[in-house]
Design a protein around this ligand. Structure first.
Ligand code: NCD
Ligand code: ZN
Length: 341
């Protein structure tokens, strides 16, 4: 039996939702990951340190085991500069998330133009607080498959030119363009990569019919982009690290005329990464990507416990409870090839 033992990983991009929905999904992450960067796109969004700490307390109250949720603030056009110094004093709130207004689920309070948050970005640069970016333009005239590439050219480059020492994570990258830009830019620019963008391409949206549970943002891209992501994730370059973007939605919100974006990968996230790394014979690179580089970026100690994966197939349930509803996980009713002991 093939076994893989690694230092316990962390999830550097996670959606936990709130209330009963949160209570039904948080254990799926906590049984594998030691820490997670928790996204602030609740409705209403988490915009202050006080709200972030209250949200953190609600998460911890539902937990049966050790798990450290690290919080983020949702950047709006009106975020006061003073909030950034509060954040600096609070080590449980780690970063600020930039959603271009209208780019994705619950992003309507996001940033309409980055020049409007100049003062906040300046304070973040001075206080050395990471900026986490959903990197897609929202212009409806730009093809949905090009929105990440155009964001890099039109927004990210000028932003980084003006804030050269701001530490930035381009979240859930999906394109060869993003990989190339991150590899070659001199700035403090890093990226997270999801398991679904490593394992699927845009054909998976239309496999025998329309597949709402494969719809996420940024949307799945062509095979050449998947290959570039796989190369980046398995390269051992510490600029690329694990962030699942596990984003559960109730079945009723996915299987409908205008379905929500988001893929629920938490129940098998690490096994899915292992499968992707195995495709290119790079299982030896998984530990760095999953357990070291993200902690190093956030200047946190690496974990010390280990976990073990075994190569043994099991069937992913067709759905899980999600508050009063159900959520369909990635690979529902199909095989997962690795299992955590
Ligand atoms: C996320 C969600 O549902 O909150 N959806 C997604 O498709 N990734 C939001 C996000 O990270 O874009
Ligand atoms: Zn996300």
């Amino acid at each position: 039996m093939q076994r893989l033992t690694l230092i316990q990983p962390d999830d550097w991009h996670l959606h936990l939702r709130d209330g009963a929905n949160m209570a039904s999904i948080v254990a799926a992450t906590a049984r594998c990951f030691a820490r997670a960067i928790v996204m602030p796109n609740l409705k209403p969004p988490i915009t202050t340190v006080e709200q972030a700490l209250a949200y953190r307390a609600r998460i911890i109250a539902t937990l049966p085991c050790d798990f450290n949720p690290l919080m983020t603030l949702y950047l709006t056009d009106n975020t006061p500069v003073a909030e950034i110094s509060k954040l600096k004093e609070n080590s449980d709130v780690m970063a600020v998330k930039y959603y271009p207004a209208g780019a994705t689920t619950h992003s309507d309070s996001g940033v309409t133009d980055w020049h409007r948050v100049w003062g906040v970005l300046d304070a973040m640069q001075n206080h050395d607080i990471p900026l986490l970016i959903h990197g897609e333009v929202t212009d409806v005239n730009i093809d949905v498959f090009d929105r990440e590439k155009v964001f890099i050219e039109k927004v990210l480059e000028p932003l980084l030119e003006n804030f050269p020492s701001l530490r930035v994570v381009l979240e859930h990258i999906t394109t060869q363009d993003a990989v190339e830009y991150i590899k070659t830019t001199k700035n403090n620019l890093y990226a997270t990569i999801t398991p679904h963008h490593l394992l699927m391409n845009r054909n998976d949206l239309f496999q025998g019919g329309i597949r709402p549970h494969h719809y996420c943002l940024p949307v799945l891209k062509r095979e050449k982009h998947r290959q570039a992501l796989l190369d980046a994730a398995t390269s051992g370059n510490p600029k690329f690290f694990l962030g699942t973007d596990s984003a559960p939605h109730a079945v009723s919100a996915k299987e409908t005329a205008c379905g929500c974006a988001g893929i629920y990968s938490a129940p098998a996230a690490l096994a899915l990464y292992a499968e992707a790394f195995e495709q290119v014979q790079a299982l030896d690179k998984l530990e760095g990507f999953a357990s070291f580089y993200g902690a190093d970026f956030y200047r946190l100690p690496r974990n010390t416990k280990t976990i073990t994966l075994e190569k043994r197939a099991w069937e992913m349930p067709k759905y899980f409870e999600f508050g009063k509803e159900k959520v369909v996980p990635l690979r529902a009713g199909a095989e997962i090839y690795w299992v955590q002991n």
